[in-house]
Design a protein around this ligand. Structure first.
Ligand SMILES: [Zn+2]
Ligand SMILES: [Zn+2]
Length: 277
């Protein structure tokens, strides 16, 4: 029914007023676009996630008439997240093709699908299911973020910096403590020990709160628990072994900041040796 509608059009995502019968307001459209680019980035990170040594389950060749065996197969988190993201994006791509016949055919893989959806997002905003799509995109973004963050269990070694056509490579590097070499996605291979020393030298004179220094210190000590390092540094501070330089407001709270080099020096001189009696 065309008729006069007395209700104002509202954004299906945030419920704010919209114009031109748009199902998504410009702000929520940006949110959706942002989610799509994050999905592409997190999806690329899935390759780095350790699967905990458990090989990805392959389908069994034995007959399974009751389907009980199939139901019992638990996908590893990476495979499950990959399948979930792929299914969700493909489902919405099909919905868009149904509503907009003549549109370019959607690609099959997540990296290209996110680009394809982003390209057509403005057109989606006039469709009644735009709010549902946005909600699903944010869900996929959260899921991939959670899984991809496991890829970051290694220690941060700064950005690569390899010269690519006069532009430094900005890819962040991570290595766990037992790795000697780290290979960047650009193909450059770095000596982990050398990168660590460079990081110390660059960070020595910086001022940072305990949480940041603990994260940095984990790189050098091989301590897996950043929380444990934080406790140690706070104890040193309480005992006057290290003194904060000043107080800075970080994330809305005043925090004591220390010279990174002072804390790292203490760490190397005060590392308890388990073999010592
Ligand atoms: Zn909105
Ligand atoms: Zn690189």
């Amino acid at each position: 029914m065309e008729g006069l509608s007395l209700s104002t059009p509202t954004c299906q995502h945030c419920r704010c007023e919209t114009t031109d019968d748009l199902a998504l307001c410009p702000r929520c459209l940006r949110t959706g676009r942002h989610a799509l680019s994050n999905i592409a980035a997190y999806y690329a990170d899935l390759d780095r996630v350790p699967t905990g040594g458990a090989p990805r389950r392959s389908r069994s060749a034995t007959p399974d008439p009751t389907a009980v065996a199939a139901a019992a197969i638990v996908l590893d988190p990476v495979t499950a997240a990959d399948a979930d993201a792929t299914n969700t994006l493909r489902t919405w791509a099909r919905a868009l093709v149904d509503d907009r016949p003549g549109i370019s055919p959607p690609p099959a893989r997540v990296p290209e699908l996110t680009a394809w959806l982003a390209e057509h997002l403005a057109s989606v905003a006039t469709l009644p299911w735009a709010g549902d799509l946005n909600r699903d995109l944010l869900g996929v973004e959260r899921l991939l973020k959670r899984v991809a963050e496991r890829a970051r269990t290694g220690n941060y070694l700064g950005t690569c910096g390899h010269d690519l056509d006069e532009q430094p490579c900005l890819q962040p590097l991570y290595a766990s403590h037992d790795e000697r070499w780290v290979t960047c996605r650009c193909g450059m291979r770095w000596d982990v020990g050398v990168r660590r020393q460079q990081l110390v030298r660059a960070a020595e004179d910086e001022l940072a709160p305990v949480a940041v220094i603990a994260r940095l210190a984990a790189v050098f000590t091989g301590e897996v628990s950043v929380g444990r390092l934080e406790v140690r540094i706070r104890q040193w501070s309480a005992r006057g072994k290290v003194t904060h330089v000043t107080t800075k407001v970080i994330d809305g709270r005043p925090r004591k900041v220390y010279r990174v080099g002072d804390v790292l020096d203490l760490l190397t001189s005060d590392t308890p040796s388990r073999g010592a009696r």
